[in-house]
Design a protein around this ligand. Structure first.
Ligand SMILES: [Fe+2]
Length: 255
């Protein structure tokens, strides 16, 4: 039977989602559920403890080039991995009930499509910044831990996938915070700016951040035990650090 009120409701949700406003999450208490301060602090520690990133910050061109080229395979694959992740409805319907699942899922599915295209534009910024650093060619070889990051982005464990995305967001934001104000670093680029970093620090004034969506879905598809999801997020962040250390070793930059 045609139910007009449901149709109107659905169109209204689409309209809100189109504007990036009013996106509903599965949980309203993620800020209390997760220890976000601890997670962000761990990300900042992973970044600041990396010799590669510290050398880049102090204006070491070789380190900056190694950072931009060696992480490129992951930056490039990240958007594709988001695109290829199926989001099954059944586990969500089982957990939240059919009505609640439908109410939230439409907006979430759209938010994921937007996330994919935004990450595509972030990858384009990464590439353009690299050009401004004098890099004209990205080799296809992959450092082992960078390949591990890529493999984890393609996991079919959906909670682990969103934990990986959340860890990536934390690292991207803290890496940006660490480097974007360093004139020794930005001075290496022809336009004296590192746009990828600036973009990751821009406030989300048009709706939910990628991080909020990632953490909500990691929980929706996963455990109600925050420590288990947080362990996955920290392990993803640790993998970025391992990759940075391997890149430093490969470039003979280690102290
Ligand atoms: Fe990004």
């Amino acid at each position: 039977m045609f139910d007009e009120s449901e149709t109107v409701g659905r169109e209204y949700l689409w309209m809100l989602a189109r504007r990036g406003m009013g996106l509903q999450l599965f949980h309203q208490d993620n800020d209390a559920f997760y220890d976000l301060v601890r997670l962000r602090k761990r990300a900042a520690e992973f970044v600041a403890g990396s010799s590669l990133i510290c050398r880049a910050k102090s204006g070491d061109r070789e380190a900056a080039v190694a950072l931009k080229t060696s992480f490129w395979p992951f930056v490039q694959e990240f958007e594709l991995a988001i695109d290829q992740q199926p989001l099954p409805r059944e586990p969500l319907a089982r957990k939240f009930g059919d009505a609640a699942m439908r109410r939230v899922f439409v907006g979430m599915a759209r938010a994921m499509r937007e996330m994919k295209s935004e990450e595509g534009s972030h990858a384009a910024h990464w590439r353009k910044d690299a050009e401004c650093l004098g890099i004209s060619f990205f080799a296809d070889d992959r450092i082992p831990a960078v390949q591990e990051l890529i493999d984890r982005a393609y996991t079919r464990d959906i909670s682990l996938f969103f934990s990986m995305l959340a860890g990536t967001e934390f690292i991207a934001e803290e890496l940006s915070r660490f480097l974007v104000d360093s004139q020794d670093f930005t001075g290496l680029f022809s336009r004296k700016r590192w746009m990828w970093g600036e973009i990751h620090l821009a406030p989300h004034d048009d709706g939910r951040s990628h991080l909020e969506i990632d953490l909500d879905l990691a929980r929706a598809y996963g455990s109600e035990d925050a420590s288990r999801i947080e362990a996955d997020v920290v392990s993803a962040m640790a993998l970025f650090r391992k990759a940075a250390d391997e890149i430093a070793d490969a470039a003979l930059l280690s102290a």
